[in-house]
Ligand binder design. Structure first.
Ligand code: SF4
Length: 133
């Protein structure tokens, strides 16, 4: 059980790192193969993570021809105002993320993690705004 949890945490952490890199590399998009090299992932594992992010509506996966070979380009669908604001986003590492849907039993509309995250982000932004004055 513990081994299964740590494996799942590893996958969630990697998903978060893939998304963070896609966002950092910007709206021009990045080829999957470049990302897998940076993160030292096999293309099979990397593709699973990319599909997961695509299903969450976080990235667009577009089939492109690169040097005569078909691959995918990943582009962020939502660019946060600050990269820092997504680092703590609970959905990226949520263990029930695959069961969460707007019309599901588990839904963002009643998610306490989202509420906490928004509150913390609001407080952090309020503090940094008042420090800047
Ligand atoms: S909204 Fe809440 S339950 Fe749904 S994926 Fe995000 S953190 Fe998880």
């Amino acid at each position: 059980m513990q081994q299964q949890n740590s494996k799942q945490n590893g996958v969630l952490d990697l998903t978060s790192r893939v998304y963070k890199l896609v966002v950092e590399l910007g709206k021009e998009g990045v080829l999957q193969s470049e990302l897998w090299k940076k993160l030292n992932l096999t293309s099979r594992d990397g593709s699973r993570l990319a599909i997961r992010l695509e299903k969450r509506g976080l990235v667009k996966r577009e089939r492109v021809l690169d040097n005569g070979r078909w691959t995918y380009k990943l582009t962020p669908l939502r660019l946060p105002i600050q990269i820092k604001s997504i680092e703590q986003a609970p959905c990226i590492t949520c263990v029930v993320e695959t069961k969460c849907a707007p019309n599901g039993i588990i839904t963002p509309y009643t998610c306490s993690k989202i509420v906490e995250w928004v509150k913390q982000d609001y407080v952090a932004n309020s503090q940094s705004s008042s420090e800047a004055m």
